[in-house]
Design a protein around this ligand. Structure first.
Ligand code: HEM
Length: 236
């Protein structure tokens, strides 16, 4: 809407359609990120207890300011790093021809995008990029509070970061002026849902070797037939 030519306005009908398009277009990305993170939790059950502790320690803060839960934030980010629901990001249309400093040339009318899934595995950006390291993005003071066992073998980033941060290394939500405005909502919704599931249920993947997704062009589509079994935890 911001990018409408000056002096042009949306009719109420168009406004409703645009709003519905945003919701229908975006909610599958939120659902996808949560589903992938829950599957990763089944594949890496050693993260369950530290995450439960994170929820016990930080959920009240999160309820007040819709931010926080640093371990859960990092876990969801790591999960999305290795299995994003889109392989490409940051699509841009060249309104005029342009040559970048590395010699890449775009003609007017060309499209360019970032290769999210490849960037997420660059070793200079992510030490041991193929390793799932659920707490790699968490701040050091939070990591120090973990037991030695929970810290063993974790790949860590030089600087901590959050799921909603945007920069040239983390393009899940795009970058610059057009970066996803829904990311704060998406992260908060994912944390609400994940923290409920983690606190109330134990979970396991019925078949740990089952294929989790297939690709349709650049979209990573989650398989509907993958089964996760949830068991209600006994109340203390
Ligand atoms: C995990 C969930 C989500 C992911 C991975 C995601 C990802 C993205 C990406 C990659 C872009 C393009 C950014 C760019 O080109 O620089 C984008 C744009 C956008 N997203 Fe999201 N999104 C998510 C959730 C949401 C939600 C929940 C909403 C709204 C409720 C939303 C609303 C939008 C809108 C309106 C834009 C267009 C912004 C513009 O062009 O100025 N997104 N999103």
């Amino acid at each position: 809407m911001e990018s409408l030519p000056q002096g042009r306005f949306l009719t109420p009908q168009r406004l409703v359609h645009e709003t519905m398009a945003v919701w229908f277009g975006s909610i599958q990305a939120v659902a996808g990120a949560i589903t992938i993170a829950l599957q990763d939790l089944c594949l890496h059950p050693e993260y369950l207890e530290p995450l439960r502790q994170d929820i016990v320690n930080h959920h009240l803060d999160f309820e007040h300011i819709a931010q926080g839960l640093p371990l859960l934030d990092s876990f969801i980010k790591e999960s999305a790093r290795l299995t994003p629901t889109e392989a490409l990001s940051t699509r841009r249309y060249a309104v005029e021809s342009h040559t970048s400093s590395d010699g890449t040339h775009l003609n007017r009318g060309d499209w360019a995008c970032t290769t999210l899934i490849a960037i997420n595995k660059i070793p200079e950006y992510y030490p041991n990029p193929e390793q799932f390291s659920g707490f790699r993005f968490a701040p050091p003071e939070v990591l120090e509070s973990l037991s030695k066992m929970d810290q063993e073998g974790l790949a860590k980033q030089d600087t901590p970061s959050k799921l909603v941060d945007t920069d040239h290394k983390w393009l899940m939500f795009g970058t610059g002026k057009q970066a996803c405005p829904g990311r704060f909502y998406a992260a908060a919704a994912a944390k609400v849902i994940m923290s409920q599931m983690i606190s109330k249920y134990d979970m396991r993947m019925v078949d740990k070797t089952a294929k989790r997704w297939w690709s349709l062009r650049s979209t990573i589509v989650l398989r509907e037939d993958l089964m996760v079994a949830f068991t209600c935890r006994a109340k203390n």
